[in-house]
Design a protein around this ligand. Structure first.
Ligand code: SF4
Length: 224
């Protein structure tokens, strides 16, 4: 299921309870017929709380999965390359981050990233997953975006068909903030350079109050 602009039922017809079974069934039948869900329809499904409604959603989801892919299970062989653990932020649960100069701090050079990529491909990887700390000095000619574009070029130069799954929304926010760019400009530039998809990580804490305690420097959702 994918989300698309609102169609029907309209938002004001969608209330988060099981007293609207017709609306629920209409959405589920529409999805099973292959239609995309609107944002409002997706929210309506997420807001259902009754056991019957949740069971109906689960059943429809399983039926749709069966229609789309049957019982085939697929997987991807990939390698995570974390290019640096130097990070400007101080999330209290993070055992990864270091300050520059700390024992254990690292920042991979281009040759090492290429070698790790080649090694992964040699044992069957079709994808590289790449994320790193938010390193304020990771710039080329004063540009954070230019550094991240060089990361993509480094992966792609030897293996242009390798899928690159990289850079969390928090990293997008970081690049945009460092360079004074919009999120759209950053994402478009990364996509044009060969970024294939983005991980949904860095959303560890969705409760705003807990977030303020555990990782106050992180941006509010959706850039959690
Ligand atoms: S932003 Fe990421 S790497 Fe940095 S401290 Fe938080 S969890 Fe760790």
């Amino acid at each position: 299921m994918t989300f698309s602009p609102a169609t029907s039922p309209q938002p004001d017809a969608l209330q988060p309870d099981a007293l609207k079974p017709d609306a629920l069934q209409a959405i589920l039948q529409s999805a099973l017929a292959g239609a995309d869900l609107s944002v409002e329809q997706g929210l309506f499904l997420l807001e259902q709380r009754s056991e019957a409604a949740i069971a109906a959603i689960q059943q429809a989801a399983d039926q749709l999965r069966q229609q789309l892919v049957g019982d085939t299970v697929t997987y991807v062989i990939n390698r995570n390359i974390n290019f640096t653990n130097i990070c400007e932020q101080h999330c209290s649960f993070c055992a990864f981050r270091r300050d520059s100069g700390d024992a254990g701090a690292y920042w991979l050079d281009w040759a090492t990233i290429r070698a790790k990529t080649a090694e992964a491909v040699s044992i069957g990887a079709t994808e590289i997953c790449m994320q790193g700390g938010l390193h304020p000095q990771a710039k080329i000619d004063g540009s954070s975006l230019a550094y991240y574009l060089q990361l993509i070029a480094t992966i792609k130069q030897d293996f242009p068909d390798l899928h690159l799954h990289a850079f969390s929304p928090q990293e997008i926010e970081f690049i945009a903030r460092q360079d004074g760019l919009s999120f759209e400009q950053v994402i478009t530039a990364l996509g044009d350079a060969g970024l294939g998809s983005m991980p949904g990580t860095a959303a560890e804490v969705l409760d705003d109050e807990l977030r303020k305690i555990l990782c106050p420097e992180k941006s509010a959702p959706p850039f959690g």
